[in-house]
Design a protein around this ligand. Sequence first.
Ligand SMILES: Cc1cc2nc3c(=O)[nH]c(=O)nc-3n(C[C@H](O)[C@H](O)[C@H](O)COP(=O)(O)OP(=O)(O)OC[C@H]3O[C@@H](n4cnc5c(N)ncnc54)[C@H](O)[C@@H]3O)c2cc1C
Length: 384
Amino acid sequence: MFRDSVRSFMKNEIRPHADKWHEQGIVDREAFLKAGDQGLLLMWADEKYGGAGVADFRYEQVLIEENARYGDAGFFATLHNRLVGPYLGELGTEEQKARWLPKCVSGDHILALAMSEPGAGSDVAGLRTRAVDQGDHYLLNGSKTYISNGILADLVVVAAKTDPTSSHGLSLFVVERGMEGFERGRNLKKMGLKSQDTAEHFFNNVKVPKDNLLGEWNRGFYHLMHFLAEERLLGAVGYVATANEAFDITMDYVTERKVFGQTVAQFQNTRFRMADMRTEIDVAQAYVDQCVIEHNDGNLSAADAAKAKLFCSELEGREMDACVQFHGGAGYMDEYPICRMFLNARVSRIYAGTSEIMREIIARSIGLDPREKQVRPVGKEEAA
Ligand SMILES: Cc1cc2nc3c(=O)[nH]c(=O)nc-3n(C[C@H](O)[C@H](O)[C@H](O)COP(=O)(O)OP(=O)(O)OC[C@H]3O[C@@H](n4cnc5c(N)ncnc54)[C@H](O)[C@@H]3O)c2cc1C
């Protein structure tokens, strides 16, 4: 029943706007308000904040799957819901939760997470954004880039260096729309995910109130690491869902398109590659579902989340490429959905930790840790 209701929401309120959002480079705010009306935002939030109090990750999984199939890839409700929202829900004080969560549940406030900087993506220790305790407030200076929901966001969880003597000396701050000195830069032009607003943020002497420190002072690095497993699982769920959708639309295409008097599906090459694809997607889905169960039980390890993200994003990339190939020239045309899907998928191997960083985490988890033999610079994934 829940899946049906999410599906009709995606079909009626999201997909019809996809082309317009693609052209304008941003999703309308109303999409979040409508999702809020339907109870689809921050479903885990306690009822006293307007949420449903449903922590079970499978509800978010359904939302991601239905968005992949019937919604729009640039509608990042899940980033709002389960990637950034939990920072407020788990690290926030009672006062902060009462102040922020109700509007996040309703969709009046949209969330973003600002970690990456021009000089620091994989390497969080290289962050240069700085916050200094000024007694009655914190003074924030620096810049961020590639921030998803970056234009729409009303509340931005910003990671800043607060102890320059330590590579792990970070803290998290909630910067609110309208704070003096908080400026947004460009809505960045991208290869794919055209309807997603990915932006630059600038902080010039922003006076952040003491009440907007999120979590513990100088513990920001560990807070970030804590949420990364869930972030990667969210990714993996989405990548398998998109691969599945690409498979289905390609099945439709190859069974209809005739070449040399037969359908493309009748060539052995097509049948075998589609069979491989079906197998790989089903096997990936089984692993992802297992990770979801582990996550619901509080047992998903950073390494298993990294395996899911690595495998599913690489799988998605391979499948998209094959699906474009089966479409022939049509696959290169924007009017065919596979064209945008192919372009959207390229980022899956890059954001939320690149495939190389995933391999690094997994290698360490199997005992191949170069830090045991030599001193290395400390990176984003050290704590994983
Ligand atoms: C569309 C989009 C949306 C994004 N949204 C957000 C967001 O909302 N918030 C946010 O904070 N960030 C966001 N990002 C940033 C994203 O997380 C980073 O781009 C990503 O972590 C990679 O960092 P980087 O770009 O600095 O690449 P780099 O770290 O410079 O990597 C360059 C290359 O070096 C490789 N490399 C790096 N370290 C190692 C290593 N130890 N071993 C082997 N190879 C290595 C990488 O794998 C990559 O191939 C987004 C990015 C994109 C493209």
